[in-house]
Design a protein around this ligand. Structure first.
Ligand SMILES: Nc1nc2c(ncn2[C@@H]2O[C@H](COP(=O)(O)OP(=O)(O)O)[C@@H](O)[C@H]2O)c(=O)[nH]1
Ligand SMILES: [Mg+2]
Length: 287
């Protein structure tokens, strides 16, 4: 993609959990890069929840130097998906809304490429992919985790037939209209959130373009990988499948049981229909 001048406004969300070490250099890199290469208004919002380290302190310190930086802070364990659901409520404030991980696995230039493609109208949602030709991936994950993620991919394909090679890459950009249309459909707060988002977009008739990306696995992962998390993600996929099926009405009375199972798995429970309808954004903080 040529580095075309883009004038739409861009809101970049970064979910962060205990990221006092990995986040500060990433914030500076992104803020400097977009200040230089994004010609429209740009804002970066970090969404923290329940951090037990000083992530909020490092974000506040950076906010002193960057007026384009702000944060949302939630005390509850809402999960990465929950944090993004909250961040996406800010959609009315920008033309394009995207998100990226706090660890810098996606370099700013790769995210800029996605945003420029979205600005140029290539698709309603443009996502980074590590598993299509042209991707430059530096994988440091354990064999177990790699196998689990491939297994998850096959489960997603079997249940949803989206034809997307990499639903889980943490870098995605969408047009505001697309976000606003699917907002109330976003129910999964755990790591299956991305599947929820992509499937809801496709079901609503929006287009998704998968773009080969540059990706470097970083150490210091905040995602516990174990039997519980794998089971939790598979459960979430089945739940999403049921939500979009004629069995949907049966899910409502089961809500307390579902909440109980998620709590037992130590996972952020899915949002109820009433919670998903709450579209009021939380108060944005700066400094
Ligand atoms: N707000 C919030 N962010 C989270 C949570 N869990 C993970 N994250 C963020 O999600 C992103 C991906 O996590 P990361 O540890 O890089 O995952 P991995 O590289 O796939 O092992 C990072 O920005 C994390 O800080 C959570 O419970 N809440
Ligand atoms: Mg990571």
């Amino acid at each position: 993609m040529p580095a075309a001048a883009a004038s739409p406004s861009l809101l970049l969300l970064i979910p962060a959990y205990n990221e006092e070490r990995r986040l500060p250099p990433v914030l500076v890199e992104y803020l400097e890069h977009f200040r230089q290469y994004w010609s429209g208004p740009f804002r970066l919002v970090v969404i923290l929840n329940g951090c037990r380290d000083n992530t909020v302190g490092v974000v506040r310190a950076a906010e002193q130097n960057y007026p384009d930086l702000a944060h949302l802070d939630f005390p509850e364990a809402i999960g990465k998906g929950g944090a993004l659901i909250e961040g996406l409520k800010l959609a009315p404030t920008a033309d394009l809304i995207g998100y990226v991980d706090a660890d810098g696995a996606t370099p700013p230039a790769a995210f800029l490429d996605l945003a420029q493609r979205a600005a140029a109208g290539q698709a309603d949602c443009v996502i980074a992919s590590r598993w299509i030709a042209g991707a430059q991936v530096d994988v440091a994950q354990t064999t177990g985790r790699r196998r689990a993620s491939r297994l998850f991919h096959h489960a997603v394909e079997a249940l949803f037939w989206m034809g997307i090679k990499d639903t889980q890459c943490g870098a995605k950009v969408m047009r505001r209209a697309a976000v606003e249309r699917v907002q109330t459909k976003l129910r999964l707060a755990d790591l299956a959130f991305d599947v929820n988002l992509l499937y809801s977009l496709l079901r609503a008739g929006f287009t998704i373009a998968e773009i080969p990306t540059v990706w470097t696995d970083k150490c210091g992962s905040k995602v516990a990988f174990n039997f519980r998390t794998s089971l939790n993600m598979l459960l979430s996929l089945f739940r999403l499948r049921l939500l979009y099926s004629p069995f949907n009405p049966f899910l409502k009375p089961l809500a307390p049981v579902i909440q109980w199972v998620y709590r037992r798995l130590n996972a952020p429970p899915p949002r109820t229909e009433a919670e998903a309808r709450q579209n009021q954004p939380a108060k944005l903080r700066h400094g």
